[in-house]
Design a binder for this molecule. Structure first.
Ligand code: ZN
Length: 320
């Protein structure tokens, strides 16, 4: 965990967590404390400790989730258990799925990831604002990576909490596309919305905060163009498969190759990705409809090793 050196609005601290857990943003004012996003479940004890350090004995009043991917809300249950008066705010589009704890709709099943059950008290409505710490933050819809995601903007300092809609280098996997739902246009619209806000500082969901906003938006647009070329290109599907396996390795660090393969084959998103990725196997004459999933799984494991995001040690696949 590193603490960012950039200047933020008074009372705002960014706990930069890496890629398994999202960043946690702590916002403190004299009469109010809030946290935006709570990281992944396997880090929940550390998340609570880090937040307790920041609060220095004060209670946590509000928890806001930009979106409900497991790496942004996996610490919710832990924080709710510790801070009994905590009020949790989630995007309005997710309210029914959380109430009924529908792990299909919440994508925890589809990604093969885990998230302890939590509750909420309030929904975040676009085009309204809420006080977090010392400042009033605007709530804006940011569909694309996730259809229900919001981003938060503080207009005086022009600081944008951009979740996974805009990173220093790109943006998160466009998950609706894995379900066959067109969402690249939504990504483009969200980037335009971010551009119009004219933010000076971006606090992304992952990675370090940054100020070269224009260049980041250009990089994101270049990446979007690469993903959305109109020839049924597997570019985005390849990226998604790599990200999902890398996340699994970040969580477990070291897994038997056979169990990594089985995990991929059991994952609903991987099953949806397989037909999109079959073109990469077109020269492999041994590929049949029956073994296509296994071949793609082998290929993804190989690619992760080629780009040095993983390595093989005997029968193990190891994160690196
Ligand atoms: Zn996300």
């Amino acid at each position: 965990m590193t603490r960012s050196k950039l200047e933020f609005p008074e009372g705002v601290t960014v706990l930069e967590r890496g890629w398994l857990s999202s960043n946690n943003i702590v916002l403190l004012g004299p009469g109010h404390s809030a946290v935006v996003d709570s990281g992944y479940s396997s880090h929940q004890d550390l998340t609570l400790e880090l937040i307790k350090q920041q609060l220095n004995g004060r209670p946590l009043d509000d928890l806001v989730n930009t979106h409900l991917h497991s790496d942004h809300c996996g610490g919710n249950a832990k924080l709710q258990d510790h801070y009994k008066q905590l009020q949790t705010h989630i995007p309005s589009g997710n309210s029914q799925a959380v109430t009924s704890w529908d792990i299909d709709k919440l994508t925890f099943k589809a990604t093969g990831q885990t998230c302890p059950k939590f509750t909420y008290q309030h929904v975040l409505r676009a085009n309204t604002s809420m006080k977090l710490g010392l400042h009033e933050w605007e709530i804006h819809c940011a569909p694309g990576h996730d259809p229900d995601s919001v981003v938060l903007f503080e207009p005086i300092s022009k600081t944008l909490i951009s979740a996974d809609a805009l990173w220093e280098n790109g943006f998160g996997v466009v998950f609706p596309e894995l379900e066959g739902i067109d969402a690249f246009d939504a990504v483009a619209d969200t980037l335009t919305m971010c551009e119009k806000l004219n933010a000076k500082t971006i606090i992304p969901g992952h990675g370090r905060p940054f100020t070269h906003v224009k260049a980041a938006i250009e990089r994101a647009r270049t990446r979007l163009a690469y993903f959305s070329v109109k020839d049924r290109s597997p570019n985005h599907a390849i990226y998604a498969a790599k990200v999902l396996l890398k996340f699994h390795l970040l969580e477990h660090q070291k897994v038997e190759i056979s169990s990594a393969k089985q995990w991929l084959l059991n994952m609903p998103y991987f099953q949806k990705l397989t037909p999109m990725l079959k073109t990469i196997l077109s020269t492999d004459k041994e590929t049949t409809l029956d073994n296509q999933g296994e071949k793609v799984a082998d290929w993804v494991i190989g690619v992760l090793c080629t780009v040095k995001a993983a390595r093989i040690e005997g029968s193990m696949l190891v994160n690196q």
